[in-house]
Write a protein that binds this ligand. Structure first.
Ligand SMILES: [Zn+2]
Ligand SMILES: [Zn+2]
Length: 321
């Protein structure tokens, strides 16, 4: 199986995204890059260097539906004359490029975000949305856990690895235990568990960090020799990264618990303590991160949680109670 990585620039702080061309029948792209002119040009150039054209693409497989990964899926599909798009069914909100604003708004209210900040976060949602086209239900096929994506000389197995987003998927090449992991595994940064509605019950919050830790362990059980992430260089020592991630999660959790005062705090309060003076995008990531860690601490019995005026307030359990 010939794998050609193509680095595609993004307008986001994370930097370029890795698109992977599987140069074998049916010619397949894993992820696409965002919907920008420079991204299309970089992708075309990468394909050209591998002696392919957009019209050769038969299949577009998405690790998840963040704009930097899925933005060009629709237009590439059209240009390649109905190439098939595959994405997990739990990527609903993102896939439709409308980020289910109302559901998100409710999650933000519960996390204690003040109304005026929700307004500016809304503007941020809308500006990010421009980097991807929506996919209608009939325009993609669902990736199912454990399914095989077949190629002329082998296959990739779908491994559902929720956490970063509910429908994040990794793809395992069993022959040499190579994994494409999207934003589940990144060499230089610990991925953000992004605040999302639960795909099964959107009135609830997706337990991103707890799910993410299960996904990391699931990948570990596959004993990968090489992991191609969505950004940065490939990971050759997954065991080291796994240990490092878990340590970082535990350290961050301890910090977060320390930031909860006696009187209690919302995720918004904790996020502002953790990352003071950040802009909109980062404020959203900060709230996501705070919620993820507070939820995990709550599910592990380290924090109590109660609803007060429609906002969730976390407290440290008092001794003796
Ligand atoms: Zn992502
Ligand atoms: Zn990404």
């Amino acid at each position: 199986m010939k794998i050609v990585p193509i680095s595609v620039p993004t307008p986001f702080l994370v930097g370029p995204v890795n698109v992977y061309l599987i140069a074998e029948d049916p010619v397949t792209l894993i992820d696409t890059g965002p919907k920008t002119k420079v991204a299309v040009e970089a992708l075309r150039e990468g394909l050209r260097r591998a002696r392919f054209r957009v019209s050769d693409i038969r299949r577009i497989v998405l690790t998840h539906a963040h704009e930097d990964h899925c933005g060009l899926a629709h237009s590439l599909r059209d240009e390649a004359k109905d190439a098939e798009i595959l994405v997990h069914g739990w990527e609903t909100g993102h896939r439709a490029a409308r980020l289910e604003y109302e559901e998100h708004r409710q999650l933000l209210v519960r996390a204690g975000v003040p109304a005026e900040d929700i307004k500016s976060l809304r503007a941020m949602y809308q500006s990010v949305r421009e980097y991807a086209d929506a996919l209608e239900d009939h325009e993609y096929s669902e990736l199912l856990d454990d399914a095989e994506i077949e190629f002329a000389t082998g296959s990739l197995r779908v491994v559902h690895t929720p956490g970063h987003t509910p429908g994040s998927c990794s793809f395992l090449r069993e022959a040499d235990r190579t994994i494409f992991a999207g934003d589940c595994v990144l060499k230089r940064i610990t991925p953000n568990p992004i605040l999302s509605p639960d795909p099964v019950d959107p009135t609830k919050r997706f337990r991103s960090l707890a799910e993410y830790m299960v996904s990391l362990a699931r990948l570990r059980a596959l004993a990968p020799t090489l992991v191609h992430g969505g950004h940065g260089e490939p990971v050759t020592d997954y065991e080291e990264l796994f240990t490092r991630y878990l340590r970082a999660i535990r350290e961050r959790q301890a910090d977060v618990i320390r930031l909860v005062p006696k009187a209690g705090a919302t995720a918004w309060d904790v996020a502002r303590e953790m990352f003071p003076g950040t802009d909109d995008v980062h404020r959203f990531l900060a709230v996501s991160e705070a919620v993820a860690h507070l939820d995990l601490a709550h599910s592990e019995g380290k924090l109590a949680l109660e609803l007060s005026d429609g906002r969730e307030v976390y407290r440290r359990p008092s001794a003796g109670k």
